[in-house]
Design a protein around this ligand. Structure first.
Ligand code: SF4
Length: 392
């Protein structure tokens, strides 16, 4: 047995004892296989049944090796379980055994944290407007704001008081709409940016499949640097990856983006987009009615229905014009306005991109119409290329 294997074995014993468990044959075998993969730098795929104790079998070799480890779980709940239960239970005993500090952090997408810029913005966006209209939501909004102002809170949705999802939407932002902490007026206090900074230096970072999939597909580094990736519940990854990278076009999303654009930059361009959004909404309502009598018009479609093509094209053209205008406009220096512009541009760009993908159906892309929420999806058959992954 190599020195490293012996160390992993000892550390696993210590960790198992710390949680009051007993040594398990399968767990030891798996931990040794992971340790060997880390030493030799080769890929590893492990299939192990329930009760093996897989989390410790991959965490312990990662910790003993002292490498920067990224663990991606299938769900936010599993992510939470590792950071709130498994790691706190074993890390103190392992620190004693290894004679060094071990740090870990959770890393989620921007939309899982309160966005202080949006919460403090005086410009009312369509999400906030809705919350103000529905007075029963006001209490939720006040609770969330009071919590976000409490010193030391994480801003993480899982730690926040439970609020209606519309209140959350009004006080959070998507990665595409975030202006970036460097230019945001709230950048230094930003919950998402602080969580990311903490994750940059942690030995173990726990994230989820969705973020990893977005990073792979967008070829854009959003996750902290790491030496190895451990994909927990790897059999779920393709589904999660597909969900994460599947765009969708609904009337609500288009109308929301149009309302945001109109507030931010009233004028001809926004009026055109607003009209295109309303026309698209009407054509989707009509199409939804047709589907009721013709079931072949739903699910996978060979081509874009003629009744929708014109309005999608108008949505694409008018939204692209706004994105172009906003990209060329360098006049803004006020940080609040910059953040607002990033939000509007992100939301409108998302629509422009999806609409133009829909209009390019053909090689490698099919169209899917989902009637329950009246949604159009361009579904890609492009295969994902995975980075170097140590998979268990
Ligand atoms: S950087 Fe600014 S806009 Fe982005 S999430 Fe943080 S507070 Fe919101």
């Amino acid at each position: 047995m190599s020195d490293m294997s012996a160390q992993v074995r000892r550390a696993l014993d210590v960790a198992v004892e710390a949680i009051g468990g007993k040594p398990r044959e399968g767990q030891i075998e798996m931990a040794e296989a992971v340790a060997n993969a880390l030493t030799d730098r080769h890929h590893l795929m492990v299939q192990a049944g329930t009760g093996t104790g897989k989390s410790l079998a991959y965490l312990i070799p990662g910790i003993v090796h002292g490498r920067k480890v990224l663990v991606a779980t299938a769900t936010l709940a599993l992510q939470r379980q590792l950071v709130d239960r498994d790691l706190p239970a074993v890390v103190p005993a392992l620190e004693k055994e290894l004679g060094r500090e071990i740090s870990y952090a959770i890393y989620k997408g921007v939309g899982n944290y309160v966005c202080l810029q949006k919460m403090n913005s005086e410009d009312i966006d369509p999400d906030t407007e809705l919350v103000m209209e529905v007075s029963s939501l006001e209490k939720d909004a006040k609770r969330l704001i009071a919590w976000a102002k409490t010193p030391g809170v994480s801003g993480d949705r899982d730690d926040a008081p439970e609020v209606d999802r519309r209140v959350w939407a009004a006080n959070s932002t998507s990665g595409r709409e975030c202006v970036g902490a460097d230019v945001c007026a709230f950048g230094s206090q930003c919950f998402a940016a602080n969580a990311k900074a903490k994750a940059q230096t942690a030995d173990i970072v726990v994230t989820n499949h969705t973020l990893l999939a977005i990073e792979i597909v967008d070829s854009h580094p959003i996750l902290p640097e790491r030496d190895c990736v451990i994909l927990d519940e790897a059999h779920e990854f393709m589904d999660r990856a597909t969900q994460a990278v599947t765009d969708e076009l609904t009337s609500n999303r288009v109308l929301r983006a149009a309302a945001m654009a109109r507030k931010f930059m009233p004028g001809k361009l926004s009026d055109a987009f607003h009209k295109a959004a309303n026309d698209f909404h009407e054509s989707m309502v009509d199409y939804g009615e047709d589907v009721k009598t013709d079931p072949t018009s739903q699910g996978r479609l060979e081509e874009i229905p003629q009744s929708l093509e014109f309005s999608i094209r108008k949505v694409m053209e008018s939204s692209k014009a706004i994105v172009q205008f906003l990209s060329a406009d360098d006049e803004i220096i006020d940080t609040d306005a910059l953040a607002e512009r990033a939000r509007v541009k992100g939301a409108v760009n998302e629509i422009a991109t999806t609409a133009s993908t829909l209009l390019k159906m053909g090689d490698g892309l099919v169209l899917w119409y989902e009637p329950t929420f009246s949604t159009l999806y361009p579904v890609s058959y492009t295969h994902l290329t995975l980075p170097t992954i140590y998979s268990v």
